[in-house]
Design a protein. Structure first.
Lengths: 446, 125
């Protein structure tokens, strides 16, 4: 019996010891939890403070960025005017001297004076192109719509090209389909587009054929005028084609030396086409020639003056169904909305649109899109403000946002929670792959 | 001899255009501002005016409108010279009563063509 009592007593002792240990452990753990909790509360407070500070900093950075962008384009406009005035004198006086030298049969001087003049003209072309490009990027390039006779416009462009076409002994072929009729467009920009494409074709073709074919067509995308510029010139590699519409990128470094030009012509042409609602495409084979096609919708694509006269583009704001889910496109530019809609729909996404940040938030709440493409510079509520509002909403903050902008502001975008930055003009592949990448991670947002 | 009146505030540009017009066989008179221009033109009676739009004090648009409102000068052909290749400037110049325009830096051969076309139109019209 005493043995039994002894066993019981020991068991009791062990249990008591174990319980004391457990109690001590519990007390220690509770203290740790309490301390951690204290720490967390302090952290949360600090975090809130940090977020408030960061938000304020970002608002300031955004205001500074907008102001800087504005003063940059102002500076470029002023500077190019200031540069042109002395250039005017250089060009004019070198021409006067050239006339003098010609009259005095000083042919050695004529050659040098022509070099000065040629360099001056190249500089002028550069300044003009940079001014154009900066205006486009700053959204200050305006469109002036007028109704023009297509054939008359095309013939006008061809007449001014004669000298350029003759220079390389090229044969020019103009093919006009009957019934081209009138189009409503910005004639100056369309003229410059055709002029740039044709003079490029003539420049990169030696003793070959440059052709312009114009026809009016109706297909599933509506009524279009097609301008097809083809040449039998040097052509391009696929790598060169890929870089073609980027500013200052010519075929390769030697191209500028060999063929001249500013390297901005096609970048501007491409942007003009976008502004006109037209699509510019290119096909090229190295050594065989290139074909540039401008597909210009007959209907005016730009926002109209009166809201009643708005093109059917915006009637589609109600949205389309897509097998892959719905993407919300927020952009104040009707042409951009249309471009993005077409690209996204052709990839199987449904699309709803909004014209500013405020509408964007509303639509995001209504439709819960799988992703949002967001323009930055918009009237009233801009892209950054919309980003902040999205991030502040427990549900909406999970929707991946792709910032689509002419301004490269990945920094601010990323800080505000944007998943990707897609530069304007839109590169279709870039947009789609960024979208695909980020819709996959939508649920797992941090 | 055909007389061309050049209005241009930049002295170097004025000198350049004047010399080239004289070489091309024109008689040239000029002013560097739009102030008092209507009286000058009434006295000089040129066949055509080359008008810089970016003049100080009275700008080229106002000068063109003044000429179009003047009984003696309202048919005087005007070619506007504009520094900015802006469509708005072009439209505003034509609206103000200019007959044609060319952008600076001036392509002289192109300018001569425009001058001759306008003078011819005046001679036939």
């Amino acid at each position: 019996m005493s043995d039994d009592a002894e066993v019981l007593r020991r068991a009791l002792e062990r249990e008591r010891g174990a319980r004391k240990q457990a109690e001590a452990l519990l007390e220690q753990k509770s203290r740790e939890v309490y301390l951690k909790n204290e720490e967390l509360t302090a952290l949360a407070g600090r975090l809130e403070q940090l977020v408030r500070e960061r938000t304020r900093e970002l608002a300031i950075a955004r205001d500074e960025a907008v102001a800087a962008s504005r003063s940059k384009s102002h500076f470029v406009a002023n500077m190019s005017h200031e540069l042109r005035t002395p250039l005017n004198a250089i060009l004019g006086y070198s021409e006067i001297l050239e006339e003098d030298a010609l009259a005095a049969s000083r042919h050695d001087q004529v050659a040098d004076l022509r070099r000065i003049n040629g360099a001056g003209k190249h500089l002028l072309a550069l300044i003009n192109d940079i001014l154009d490009l900066s205006k486009i990027e700053a959204g200050q390039m305006e469109l002036f719509y007028e109704t023009v006779d297509t054939e008359q416009l095309v013939r006008g462009v061809c007449n001014t090209l004669e000298a350029v076409l003759e220079k390389n002994q090229n044969r020019f072929v103009l093919q006009l389909s009957p019934g081209l009729g009138v189009i409503r467009t910005d004639a100056t920009k369309l003229r410059q587009t055709l002029f740039n494409l044709l003079s490029n074709a003539a420049k990169f073709t030696q003793g070959g054929v440059v052709e312009l074919r114009v026809e009016r067509k109706v297909d599933s995308l509506g009524e279009h005028v097609l301008f097809v510029v083809s040449d039998t010139g040097v052509g391009m590699t696929p790598a060169q084609v890929a870089e073609l519409f980027k500013p200052f990128k010519q075929g390769d470094a030697s191209t500028a030396r060999k063929f001249g030009g500013t390297g901005l012509g096609l970048a501007i042409t491409d942007r003009f086409c976008q502004m006109l609602g037209a699509a510019l495409t290119v096909e090229s084979t190295l050594g065989a020639g290139s074909v540039f096609t401008v597909r210009l919708p007959v209907q005016e694509q730009r926002r109209a003056a009166a809201p009643i006269a708005r093109p059917p583009l915006d009637d589609e704001a109600a949205g389309s169904e897509g097998a892959l889910g719905t993407v919300l496109v927020v952009d104040d530019d009707a042409v951009m909305r249309d471009v993005l809609r077409r690209v996204l729909e052709s990839e199987g996404f449904g699309v709803v649109t909004a014209t500013d940040g405020e509408q964007g938030i509303e639509r995001a709440r209504e439709v819960r899109p799988i992703a949002i493409t967001l323009d930055v510079l918009m009237p009233r509520v801009d892209g950054w403000s919309m980003m902040s509002a999205l991030q502040a909403d427990a549900e909406l903050c999970k929707i991946p946002v792709l910032v689509v902008s002419v301004l490269d502001q990945r920094g601010i975008g990323a800080a505000l929670g944007a998943r990707a930055f897609v530069p304007k003009p839109i590169d279709r592949q870039h947009l789609i792959s960024a979208l695909r990448e980020h819709i996959g991670t939508a649920g797992a947002a941090p | 001899m055909t007389k061309i009146f050049v209005v241009e505030d930049n002295e170097m540009n004025l000198d350049m255009i004047t010399r080239r017009l004289v070489r091309s066989g024109f008689e040239v008179a000029s002013a560097t501002s739009g102030v008092g221009l209507v009286e000058r033109l009434r006295a000089e009676r040129p066949d055509l005016v080359l008008l810089d739009l970016g003049l100080p004090e009275v700008d080229g648009f106002a000068v063109a409108r003044a000429l179009r409102g003047d009984l003696q000068l309202r048919d005087l052909p005007i070619i506007a010279l504009t520094a900015h290749a802006l469509t708005t400037d072009r439209d505003r110049a034509l609206e103000a009563g200019c007959d044609d325009f060319t952008t600076k830096p001036v392509d002289f051969a192109n300018l001569l063509g425009r001058i001759r076309a306008l003078l011819e139109r005046g001679a036939h019209g």
